[in-house]
Design a binder for this molecule. Structure first.
Ligand SMILES: [Zn+2]
Ligand SMILES: [Zn+2]
Length: 309
């Protein structure tokens, strides 16, 4: 049996997010969906997983809702044996992606011009001299896969992105900036933030993000793996390995979490370092685990993310 993971968002005025939360809770529960949905007055942002039938029904219900028609649902068909989310979580927040700026103060209306994957591909192929490719994601995501020649900001949280832009504004001066993220949602407002600075010659965003680009260009300008926010952690796009093991620096793009549950560090570790350090991040954590001084993170089998159609 197969499952399907849906990734979607829509910026739309949601007058009473709590009402939608109740409806979504009922809808998703009745369909047996798991995942995470964020609601705010500025819209909806979701990743849900379920059977092919259930996800079809979900799309249909969304399309018939007065607020949520016309959403571009990105999907991945995955092996049905695994759980990709541990639960269903539907929350109301101030923003649908936490940038730390009030929705009314920064809307996607003045965001960068949307480029289809083809248009973005052509632009990168043409490679005008003033082109800057900007990764709108966190550094740990970019470490295992990104676009060729992209700037990968050293941020750990999306909310740090505006400060990064402010402190590095010179590199966008008189440039054509092509921004991208996983599915497009983060670029909507981040590109608006950059545009509002008035320094870039032009700001673009890739419509549908990496997800849509690599569907059309699996061996294009994106190299490595696409980092995702479900149990797969990463999805292989092509054979390039652009990351390195945090412990021994050999080429590697496998993320793990330290077995010491108190540490729980998310890091890249090659097979030989996993074995040497018992899937911990350091000799210190291994020692703590071996002496039984800290709780151990429960073992979760690795999900083979290559089984996407
Ligand atoms: Zn290693
Ligand atoms: Zn550790």
């Amino acid at each position: 049996m197969k499952k399907r993971i849906l990734l979607y968002y829509k910026y739309v005025n949601v007058p009473v997010p709590h009402e939608i939360q109740g409806w979504q809770q009922e809808l998703c529960s009745s369909l047996g969906l798991t995942g995470r949905i964020l609601l705010a007055t500025e819209g909806i942002n979701g990743t849900v997983c379920g059977s092919l039938h259930a996800t079809d029904a979900y799309i249909q219900a969304m399309n018939s809702h007065e607020l949520f028609g016309g959403i571009d649902f990105k999907d991945s068909i995955v092996n049905g044996q695994h759980d990709y989310f541990h639960k269903l979580q539907i929350q109301v927040k101030p923003e649908i992606v936490h940038l730390g700026i009030a929705p009314e103060a920064l809307t996607p209306d003045n965001g960068g011009q949307h480029l289809t994957p083809e248009q973005a591909h052509q632009l990168m192929e043409k490679k005008p001299e003033d082109l800057v490719i900007l990764d709108g994601r966190n550094y740990y995501e970019a470490r295992v896969g990104t676009f060729k020649d992209a700037i990968t900001p050293p941020v750990n949280h999306f909310r740090d992105f505006p400060e990064y832009i402010d402190n590095n504004i010179e590199q966008f001066k008189d440039k054509e900036v092509l921004m991208f993220c996983t599915g497009g949602i983060r670029c909507e407002r981040a590109s608006a933030y950059l545009s509002a600075k008035g320094v870039a010659k032009k700001v673009y965003q890739i419509e549908g993000g990496i997800h849509r680009y690599v569907e059309q260009f699996p061996d294009g300008f994106f190299r490595g793996k696409n980092y995702v926010f479900d149990a797969r952690i990463t999805v292989k796009v092509n054979d390039d390995i652009i990351g390195t093991c945090d412990l021994c620096a050999t080429p590697c793009d496998e993320y793990t979490n330290c077995r010491n549950a108190k540490c729980n560090k998310h890091f890249i570790s090659c097979a030989s370092c996993v074995e040497k350090l018992g899937n911990t991040c350091s000799a210190a954590c291994l020692e703590l685990v071996n002496q039984g001084l800290v709780p151990e993170r429960p073992y979760r089998p690795k999900i083979d993310a290559t089984t996407t159609e």
